[in-house]
Design a protein around this ligand. Sequence first.
Ligand code: ADP
Ligand code: 5GP
Length: 201
Amino acid sequence: MIYIVSGPSGCGKSTLIKTLMARLPGLQFSVSHTTRPRRPDEAEGQDYYFIAREEFEKLKDDGAFLEWAEVHGFFYGTSLEEVNKKSRLGDLILDIDVQGAHQVKKKLPEARFVFVVPPSYPELERRLKQRKTESPEAVALRLKNARREILESDIFDYLVINGDLNQALEELKAVILADRCLFQQRQREFKEILKSFKSWP
Ligand code: ADP
Ligand code: 5GP
């Protein structure tokens, strides 16, 4: 299954995804391409593929992206290669903005769309400021964009409220586990169980 996780910058998407991946086996993360400069705690190829604007433009023109968008003044995109490669290995999580989520909804309507929100606007502001990864101007832009993004959440299937981190983690985990329990997803396991019933004397 493919999970699209979106929500305003600073609401806690990366924290939720990273923590859940450490706790729940079988999850893959789709590493996006971006023209945003790397933050000190980010690793190339792990958090993002950091590329120049010209390189991004070329990939875009070559049709390499499943979706792409300009977000907070930089370009971000999910390559088809990344999705094809990683979705074979397990459940795949895409951390993308709402514009990207709308594009994926058209191309992969069967994916699951999860919208993450902070408990309030002041708490979002507090989180963005205390993260200290952006300049005051960049924080202001992200907060301005948050007001628009939160109104574009109509395509999403699930709403995760990231107030208490552990509660939000449980909610996101529940979404994924519910899908893993779908009859349709468990045909192979179910067949094995059925076989054991048939071989019983
Ligand atoms: P995003 O990926 O959505 O931009 P981050 O995961 O970077 O957001 O989180 C933004 C900041 O808020 C980080 O400093 C993170 O440690 C903090 N944070 C995330 N979730 C919570 C939470 N539930 N309660 C308090 N702080 C949080
Ligand atoms: P950040 O700069 O904080 O890492 O990310 C800023 C925003 O860009 C976040 O909302 C994040 O979800 C979004 N983003 C990250 N990768 C992609 C991508 O590949 N496509 C799109 N559309 N948005 C992305």
